[in-house]
Ligand binder design. Sequence first.
Ligand code: 9MJ
Length: 705
Amino acid sequence: MTDTIKIDAMTRDQAVAELARLADILARANAAYHTEDAPDISDAEYDRLKRRNAEIEAHFPDLKRGDSPSEQVGAPVADGFSKVTHAVAMLSLSNAFDDADVSEFDGRIRKYLGLGSDVALSYTAEPKIDGLSLSLRYEDGVLMQAATRGDGAVGENVTANARTIDDIPGTLEGAPAILEVRGEVYMSHPDFEALNDRQAAAGQKTFANPRNAAAGSLRQLDANITRARPLRFFAYAWGALSDPLANTQMGAIERLNTLGFQTNPLTRLCNGPEEMIRHYRLIEQERATLGYDIDGVVYKVNDLGLQSRLGFRSTTPRWAVAHKFPAELAWTRLEAIDIQVGRTGALSPVARLTPVTVGGVVVSNATLHNEDYIAGRDNKGEQIRDGKDIRVGDWVQVYRAGDVIPKVADVDLSKRPKDAEPYVMPNRCPECNSEAVREPGDAVRRCTGGLICPAQAVEKLKHFVSRTAFDIDGLGAKQVEQFHGDKWITEPADIFTLRDRYGAGLQQLKNREGWGEKSAANLFDAIDERRNIGLGRMIFALGIRHVGEAAANLLATHYGTWDAFSTAMRGAEEGNEAWEDLLSIDGVGAVMAGSLATTFNQEAEIASIDRLVAHLNIEEAARPNTSGSPVAGKTVVFTGTLEKMTRAEAKARAEALGAKVSGSVSAKTDLLVAGPGAGSKAKKAADLGIETIDEDGWLDLIGSI
Ligand code: 9MJ
């Protein structure tokens, strides 16, 4: 037993194990003492163990744990969790909504890998648990850290809480030295009902659904509360690994199960879309009796070698997809159509509904998309809903899938009031009365007020501070609206001068209604913290049309620095070199490029962006880890026929290794990879004296022949 080992004689491995054991005993003792009022060890023994823990930490300072008992004085720190940067990003999944999407997923994969339809390709299919994902880091078989997904790159350190979950082993036998296990924390239906009953009986808040209950329970600052909540965990994936778990997804899941994790018993190996869809139907049938919430079925390419060739798009793996269950539906009356003005000036019609419960949630608003949608046409002018239009007073069918905004799907013409009139979209902005026009090819009518439209300005600001953009603690949509209303903040740059203008003097934030000394100081500090910002977040935060989070990250990785990005955007003009370079990014098309170029050519916009940038330190984008890559920073051109990989795969792999892939040979080209049939490009490269190799030479060079 490690308790008897003298600290002077301890090996590092013994110290790791003993620190884990002490953390566990002391956390349990704390729980027993604080929440259950039933101490399970004597005070003297508690003090002795705590001392022993501190002495081991003094001997091995680098082994001190994230959740060290020395840092805990009865209860954990009260103002939030520390942040954890995931060693391997925690990804989300792309979605499939019908059978055709599943076949397309298989088709995409075959195309990417260059596999004909005659080649066997198997997939795992497993229920998609509706909980919250968690990453567990084990070092030498000892649980060292548990982190929530957060934004995928940085999550919250919830180690002390994860230790209270029975399905999460504290130690593992025979695991790789480094092993990050990923899976879902969830709450079963009976446990959820019982928890809500207890909460109600104690006069405390109840939870709307098991997912919220699980999230609320895991994210407790006091691990003793988490301990009293019946959370469970299914393992289904992994992050950093020192040795592979297996050669296949199925083998890896079985290995995780052998190591002591719960894995889902409905996981099956399927040979192709037909079997996948059959298993989906079976899981759908069993859904109601499983005893926990699932919201679809996840398919993953079984061969891990192929998974690694397929790699990732910016936020989702190419080798997996979530086949969602159909949305929940309900009928209700459309009371009114209101117009909301978005940050890009888009006029969006919103349905105001007689409140109705859809899948356990009360819905009173739904999106109506745009005027064509209301009229019964899609964006190509073709009929939807058999061409039925939507009118105020109609009975409409509302649906919601997962967390998305509810939508109006259908209308019941038999219940239409006699005096109902076709809806007419306003041709003036309801907020600033500027003309609202619809450009050819745009599905949306837009306010032309630009920066003078208060609705656009406030929506831009809300987007700027949103969770996936600047994410400033204490500055949400509500606060931004108030500050904008009082002209304290009219553009993003104003946020960063708030302390100078309202931190002291006659008019002060702390004297505003709803604010006090502490909350004002906290806000100023939270703003200061965000003066350092990642390039991807910065680009996304600008709210440029067509530039979503994934695209912003692609741009950040491509350009690396704010200077490189903004210089390129200011110089981009259709057809020139900067424009072509922008289009060479996989995932950037002409529409997005046009939107970026337009934004960076408007004087008022540029001036506003420059005022903002002056307050910031924009961090360089994390490049893919290309240390040791023989092609990092090189410009590579592929030409001719590739036989062992498709062009898309070759490009994605070269980019992952830090190379830039170009479509044409020029003096800037470092390397030409020429397959059979290479023509003018090979000749030009020879003329320019550019190194040329064949496909095997390329695979040899990047170390994967
Ligand atoms: C859930 N939620 O059950 C994944 N998931 O794999 C399963 N999520 C996943 N797999 C890679 N079964 C990213 C997410």
